[in-house]
Design a protein around this ligand. Structure first.
Ligand code: GDP
Length: 444
């Protein structure tokens, strides 16, 4: 049903063989297709707009490497930006609070709230050995409380005894009290839903929140939610204040664009995804997988990987040539730092080399860990293009500005500059050996 983005971009961009930088025109043509692909994947229109604007910013002027087609370059940028926007990998449910930790589940009717409550409870109790209590606050549907009770029975998880006639806030208070008395670590509150967002629902959620003081408020939403996703996420976040998202029915054949919509609108992490009706069909969220799915199936992954490999190889070659010529400015340093980060930072890098495992601790002790990389990259990105190419112009006032821009101090900047000088000197010395070949090359 879905034509993959690669096919579409292919037809537009394969014809382009232009070298150098991606032009506004190339990018606009590609982005029209990206836009269609995102809309077909159910990403909400306003989110699509914001996203394509961001990509345009990144892509126009980006260098197209020799062995790669402009279309592939755009796909790579789109893919990376999508992963970035989908956010961090595997943010677990936060139970860092005095017991009983209250987790409140909110969402529309039929989104999978009750099922997900059971899944989370099962995982917490079986895997994490947390004593868990579940309570249904759904007083509108008489069968809802009974549904949760049965789920508890099936999975061996405690549920709050049903008392007829209580209001949702009364049940919430009773659940917290029962958990205290019962020595439970976690209480999961399964709230009532509606078929659509309305005022009484929002008021009810806010009341429950005030009463039960939840540490986590998870919005459960169907991955097939289309244009409504933005409205849904925004309303729940503004009125109730969610701490994370759970997307259900990721086992369906939708492309999961709701993930991007809801994440973009709330900025809250997608903590888990539901992948089936069974109690163990709950998975960690991996932005990369969802990005591939949103963009089109399978082939995008290998395409992007291939592009990334080629890009890395070409960058390394360009760098080697610059080094040989005795050129190594702060742009090059930033590139090196990024490569190191990709390999899992200094410790990851060392871990890959035989016999270096032990050095990892020493590196950490010397403060040469990944925070240092991040800080150094922040410093470099606060510099102007001219400053990066020519660090000698960095005097006091420029340093002060860069320190403010990167949240560092002049001392941090001096440290970075010293390191860069040492590296550049080393490269020059190494480059000297290759000079002959360079000269010969010129003469021929
Ligand atoms: P609630 O009204 O929000 O509490 O929704 P329910 O938990 O009762 O779920 C509604 C239906 O969706 C049930 O038939 C569930 O089995 C089903 N469901 C929930 N989560 C998933 C999921 O991740 N995948 C699939 N395929 N079905 C799900």
């Amino acid at each position: 049903m879905f034509e993959s983005l690669q096919d579409r971009l292919g037809s537009i961009l394969n014809g382009l063989t232009g070298r150098g930088a991606l032009s506004e025109k190339d990018v606009s043509a590609a982005l029209r297709e990206v836009r269609r692909a995102l809309l077909e994947a159910d990403v909400a229109l306003e989110v699509v707009r914001g996203f394509t604007d961001k990509v345009r910013e990144q892509a126009v002027g980006a260098e197209v490497l020799k062995s790669i087609k402009p279309g592939q370059m755009v796909v790579k940028i789109v893919h990376d930006e999508l992963v970035e926007m989908l956010g961090a990998e595997g943010v677990p449910i936060d139970l860092n609070a005095p017991a009983p930790v209250v987790v409140m589940m909110v969402g529309l009717q039929g989104s999978g709230k009750t099922t997900t409550s059971g899944k989370i409870a099962a995982r917490l109790s079986l895997r994490d050995k947390k004593k868990t209590l579940m309570a249904s606050l759904d007083t509108r549907r008489p069968a809802a409380q009974e549904q949760l009770r049965q789920l508890g029975e099936q999975t061996g998880i405690d549920t709050l005894p049903i008392v007829a006639g209580q209001s949702p806030t009364e049940i919430a208070a009773r659940a917290v009290q029962a958990a205290k008395l019962g020595g439970h670590d976690v209480v999961i509150l399964d709230t009532a839903g509606r078929t659509h967002i309305d005022e009484p629902l929002m008021v009810e959620m806010a009341d429950i929140k005030a009463k039960a003081n939840p540490h986590e408020i998870l919005l459960v939403a169907d991955a097939l939610t289309g244009q409504d996703a933005v409205n849904l996420a925004r309303n729940f976040d503004e009125r109730v204040g969610i701490t994370g998202l759970v997307l259900t029915r990721m086992d369906g054949d939708g492309r999961g664009g709701a993930a991007l919509s809801m994440r973009a609108v709330t900025g809250k992490p997608i903590k888990l995804i539901g992948t089936g009706e069974k109690m163990d069909a709950l998975e960690e969220f991996h932005p990369r997988r969802i990005a591939d799915r949103i963009l089109g199936m399978g082939d995008i992954v290998s395409l992007v990987e291939k592009a990334a490999e080629t890009i890395d190889a070409e960058k390394a070659q360009v760098m080697a040539e610059r080094m040989k010529a005795g050129k190594f400015d702060l742009n090059d340093l930033a590139e090196q730092l990024k490569q190191m980060q990709k390999m899992g930072g200094m410790s990851g890098f060392m871990g890959l080399m035989p016999g270096m495992g032990k050095m990892k601790d020493q590196i950490a002790a010397a403060g040469l860990d990944d925070t240092v990389f991040r800080q150094q990259l922040a410093i470099i990105s606060s510099m102007t293009r001219k400053e990066r190419a020519n660090p000698d112009i960095l005097k006091h006032s420029r340093k002060k500005r860069i320190a403010a821009g990167s949240g560092t101090s002049s001392a941090d900047i001096n440290k970075l500059l010293k390191m860069h000088r040492q590296m550049a000197d080393m490269m020059k010395a190494m480059g000297g050996k290759g000079k002959k070949a360079g000269m010969l090359g010129k003469m021929m």
